[in-house]
Each structure stands twice: as structure tokens, then as C-alpha cells.
Write a protein that binds this ligand. Structure first.
Ligand code: ATP
Ligand code: MG
Length: 423
């Protein structure tokens, strides 16, 4: 128990954290390129925010939230998604008074969902997410889809398909919902229990159900796309034109409705095919009424969330290599009682911005070299009796084994010049 992490959580160990750092750098770059700025919001919020902001007919709210009472008897929930917190922060800081759109991103944000753990499904996962507040035009939706698509393609992920759909607006959706409800009522007996209980309150959710018997039923259900009003249709058409112009292959998929209640018009997912089946890496859409729903002005918005573990999983399964960073520039090795001199040299090198380290475990000189090799150190700098007396260090350039003795005051310069020849 003590030495086992809670179910559905994962450690990122030093042997793999460089992969996260690489991915994070690429994500930051992609977001900055399109004018998004980072926002960080708390890991927990008032439960009420998610009840209102995610919707109480969703799986997330009904089954997956980590909710508890704090010592002050307040109901608190660990973030089950990133949007509600971003909207709350946007409102609380009056960011909407600034020129819009406000383009925000969050990176490696922990997200908690009580789900059955399996490949690509954790109880704590991390998301890269973008939110664009104040932009109603379809170009804003297209820009997000493109950004996600380019990012994943540049990372080397293949078999990527972009699925888009429009779920209309509060003008046209109720009419469709009515038709869908009528259809579902004719098939009640064939639906799963969850769908039977939610089909009256939120029939769209049935389209999204992963159970096979429900999927069979909805195959013949009326299609929302046929019920869109003129404005929603024009919005969707513009989105499609933008994607076509940008050369992004997409498919209209009427089954994409997204698990969250607050979506309007555009919804989308980026889906990959792996040897174990389909995997959704990124999901998002437009939520024009969420800001108002949460007590703010009437401000349209669009966003997406991308599961970072899923991206890393895909990269691994496609054998995409990450550049492994060199851990150490200089390992200072020493003989006998010259540990303090070695320590001084390590500190001097670090002060000059050179990664350096030494032995703290009482190893023999030979074992120190072996250890330096394990770290893939570029250079070993040895201080023995003679070196200490003459205020020099004996450098060994590990790649070709060449050696050179230089004054202690020149070690940094020599090493820097050498490292440049490596990069
Ligand atoms: P799914 O249909 O797979 O349950 P979702 O619709 O619940 O996904 P979103 O709420 O759209 O997912 O979350 C955005 C992204 O976060 C997903 O596309 C996925 O990459 C990732 N994600 C969601 N839930 C998990 C989880 N439990 N573990 C790991 N990643 C997840
Ligand atoms: Mg889910």
C-alpha cells in the first residue's frame, strides 16, 4: 500500500520526464505561434462550478468527479476538465473588459476523473488546452483545429483524422431534440439503462453512448445536421471551407456530440487508429453560452483539451524517438583527499553555466570514471596530487579519449569551446 501509487495514477520518472519536457516545449511553441497566452488555475474549484459548467447529465458529473468536503464543510471538486476553471478565472479577473478575443492556453494541467483505469484512461491525467473567449466566427474554430492537427502531425503522429460536427444552437437544437426523443421512445427497449434515463433530459447524449446496442439504434436516428438553422449552417460551412483551404483532411461525423453539456455549434475530435483500436487524442468545440451560464456577460467561446498521456502513448507506440538530452557536461573526478578541490571546480563550472557533477559516495577513481560514463558525460576533469599542486585539471574528452591538461581557471573556456563542436 505504502509503496503503491493510487489506482489510475502514474509517476513520471526521471528516465521519461525529458519526453514530457519535449512535448511541453512543442505545445508552448504551437500556442505562442497563434497568439495564445498561458493561464494556470487551481487544481480544485467549488463543486458548483462544474455542476453548472459541465452539466449534470454528463458522465463526468454523474460518475467521474472527485468531490469531497473540506474542513470548512465546503464542497470541493478536483478539476475534471479545464474549461470551467478557465471561464471562472476569465470572469473573476474581468479579462472580458480587455480587447477580445482573450486567447488562453494551459499546459500539463492535472485533470481528475474517477474512471476504470485502462490503457489511455487514467484517474489523474494531464491536458494541454486552449480557450478563445470572445470570438464568434468560424475562423476561430478552424484555427484551433488546425493548431491541434499541425502540432500532432509535426510530432510525427500518423493516421490522424479530424472529425467535425455541428450540434446547432438553442434556436434549432430543441426542435431536433424533439424529433430525436420521439425516435428514441420508439426504441426504448433496445437502449442501455443510462440512455433510457437520460434520453428525455438530454437525448443528444445517447448518440455519444459507447455501448454497442445503443450505437445500433442511433444509426437510424434523425441527423442534427439536417435540422440546423441558416446561421448555424453558414457557420459550419465556413468552418469546412477554412479546413479545406488549409489542406486539413476532415470528415463530418454526426455521432460526435461531445460529453459536455455546454457545447454549441462546432464540436470536434482528433482521432487516431492504433493497433488496439481508435483513440481520441483531442476533443473540443464551441460553447457560446457557458460564460453567461456561469454568471458573466454574453461572450462566445471555443476551445479544446488534448490528453498529454495519450499523445505520449501514441508517440511511443509509433516508435517516435525523442532527442535524449545529454545529462552532464563535465564530471569532475578526483584522487585521494582532493574532494574539496573537486567540489570547488564543480561549483565554478556551474557558475559558468556548465552542467557538472562529482562523486559524493566515496568511490574509487576508476569507479568515478565508470559512473561518469553512465551519465554520458562529455568531459571528465581529474584532480590528482600533481594537478592539485599545479592548480590544473586533466581533461578527458570522452568521445575520442583525447586528453589535455589546463589551468583550473581555463577549464570553463576549454569545455565550452569543446561542447560547441558537439552540438
Ligand atoms: P473519452 O470519450 O475517451 O472518455 P472524453 O470525451 O471524456 O474522452 P474530453 O473530456 O474531451 O474526453 O477530454 C479531452 C481529452 O483528454 C481526451 O481527448 C483525451 O485525450 C484526454 N482524456 C480524457 N479522459 C482521460 C483519461 N481518463 N485518461 C487520460 N486521458 C484522458
Ligand atoms: Mg470520458
Amino acid at each position: 500500500m505504502l509503496t503503491q501509487a493510487p489506482r489510475g495514477t502514474r509517476d513520471v520518472l526521471p528516465s521519461e520526464s525529458y519526453r514530457w519536457q519535449y512535448l511541453e516545449a512543442k505545445m508552448r511553441e504551437a500556442a505562442a505561434e497563434a497568439g495564445f497566452r498561458e493561464i494556470r488555475t487551481p487544481v480544485f474549484e467549488h463543486t458548483e462550478l462544474f455542476l453548472r459548467g459541465v452539466g449534470d447529465t454528463t458522465d463526468i458529473v454523474q460518475k467521474e468527479m472527485y468531490t469531497f468536503k473540506d474542513k470548512g464543510e465546503r464542497s470541493i471538486t478536483l478539476k475534471p476538465e479545464g474549461t470551467a476553471g478557465a471561464v471562472r478565472a476569465f470572469l473573476e479577473s474581468n479579462m472580458y473588459a480587455d480587447p477580445l478575443p482573450a486567447k488562453l492556453y494551459y499546459l500539463a494541467a492535472p485533470v481528475f476523473r474517477y474512471e476504470a483505469p485502462q490503457a489511455g484512461r487514467l484517474r489523474e491525467h494531464h491536458q494541454f488546452g486552449l480557450e478563445c473567449f470572445g470570438a464568434k466566427e468560424a475562423t476561430a474554430d478552424a484555427e484551433l483545429i488546425l493548431l491541434a492537427y499541425r502540432l500532432l502531425s509535426k510530432l510525427g503522429i500518423q493516421n490522424l483524422s479530424v472529425h467535425i460536427n455541428s450540434i446547432g444552437c438553442p434556436e434549432c437544437r430543441p426542435k431536433y431534440n424533439k424529433a430525436l426523443k420521439e425516435f428514441l421512445h420508439e426504441h426504448t427497449a433496445e437502449l442501455c439503462e443510462d440512455c433510457r434515463s437520460r434520453m428525455d433530459r438530454n437525448p443528444l447524449r445517447v448518440l455519444d453512448c459507447k455501448k454497442e446496442k445503443c450505437q445500433l439504434v442511433v444509426r437510424n436516428a434523425p441527423q442534427l445536421l439536417d435540422w440546423l438553422d441558416d446561421e448555424c449552417k453558414a457557420h459550419f460551412d465556413e468552418l469546412k471551407s477554412c479546413l479545406t483551404l488549409a489542406g486539413v483532411p476532415y470528415q463530418v461525423n454526426p455521432k460526435i456530440v461531445r460529453g459536455l453539456d455546454y457545447y454549441t455549434r462546432t464540436v470536434f475530435e482528433l482521432i487516431t487508429t492504433t493497433k488496439d483500436g481508435k483513440l481520441t487524442v483531442c476533443g473540443g468545440g464551441r460553447y457560446d453560452h457557458l460564460v453567461k451560464e456561469l454568471g458573466g456577460p454574453d461572450i462566445p467561446a471555443v476551445g479544446f483539451g488534448m490528453g498529454m498521456e495519450r499523445v505520449l502513448m501514441l508517440l511511443q507506440s509509433e516508435n517516435i524517438e525523442f532527442p535524449v538530452p545529454r545529462l552532464m557536461d563535465v564530471f569532475v573526478t578526483y584522487m585521494g583527499d582532493h574532494r574539496t578541490e573537486a567540489f570547488a571546480l564543480v561549483q565554478a563550472l556551474r557558475a559558468d553555466g556548465i552542467r557538472s557533477d562529482m562523486d559524493h559516495c566515496g568511490r574509487s577513481l576508476k569507479a568515478q570514471f565508470k559512473f561518469a560514463n553512465k551519465l554520458h558525460s562529455a568531459v571528465c576533469a581529474t584532480i590528482g596530487d600533481d594537478e592539485a599542486q599545479q592548480q590544473v585539471a586533466r581533461l578527458k574528452f570522452m568521445e575520442d579519449g583525447r586528453e589535455e591538461t589546463v589551468p583550473l581557471s581555463k577549464v570553463s573556456l576549454t569545455v565550452k569551446a569543446y561542447l560547441q563542436t558537439l552540438n
